[in-house]
Design a protein around this ligand. Sequence first.
Ligand SMILES: [Zn+2]
Length: 325
Amino acid sequence: MSLSRYLLQKQPFVTKSFCYALSHDQLSHAYLLFGEHGTPLKETALFLAQTILCDHPNPLADEECIMCQRFVSNNYPDFIFLDGEEESIKKDEVRETLTLFQNTPLERKGIMVYVIHLVENMTVEAVNALLKFLEEPNDYTYAILTTQNEDKVLPTIISRCEKLRLVLTPRSEVLQEALSLGVSQEDAEILSCFYNSGEILKTVAAKDSYQKMKTSLVNGLDALSRAPNFGRYIFEKEITPLLGNKADALFFFDMLTQFFRDIVAKKAGNPISLGSYDTIIAEAAEKLPHVESSLLSIMTLRGEIGLNIRIGLILAHLVNILTKE
Ligand SMILES: [Zn+2]
């Protein structure tokens, strides 16, 4: 399923209101797209930007015209994307964008679009620079901002944007959709905890980096229950090198959290989400000490990622916590 089909089927409200405005020449100059963790927030924001620039939207971007082709190949000078997912968006980045957008558009389309993904991850200075721009938009400029946490976005930004809200699809539906797309049961179970679209889940499942991380995590967890020293070895020698950037490290901790939620559930006799790993989860529930407090520690350590603490140290600390009697 393309993103277009996803939006038409799963996000009818967002799609209808946006496409109606586009076709009636009533687009707002700024949108704030809200979606919980797991919704394809970034992908949707980019696709709506592409739709604005598309020559023949139908009602969303047709993905065929020359504008669409240039957009997806990052070859459209009047479009800018600032991504707050990896690290905070700084004032200079916003200033650069705004300076560029004060010129007239370079392209015949005569429209400029910028996307700021996760506005809550902007520095205060960057937000102030953005506010000025949102207050006095050019006729030809459109902004699509996204957030996972509306409470962390300044009310002055929210009030200047039209709000669009992505809704969550039930996990069971996402899982079935992924299976029907040929994703393995194991990957569908794990990734449906984090991704709210079967199509996106399939893309992630196909990534070598995810497969390596998953295999090492499962091996590491299995070893921790049966031979803690070997578990430590896996965490230090196999897993640490796989977590080279913040996004990978965060995702690893998210997966580990999910496994530990299941281990705690198993211990309490409750149903688990990752049924394919029932044997490993049952073994860990039986052999690992104090799994409830370990789960809390994992969540706390996740919050420390990105505070310039080396990931190797965090993992070593983690193994100590998980195995200490
Ligand atoms: Zn197009």
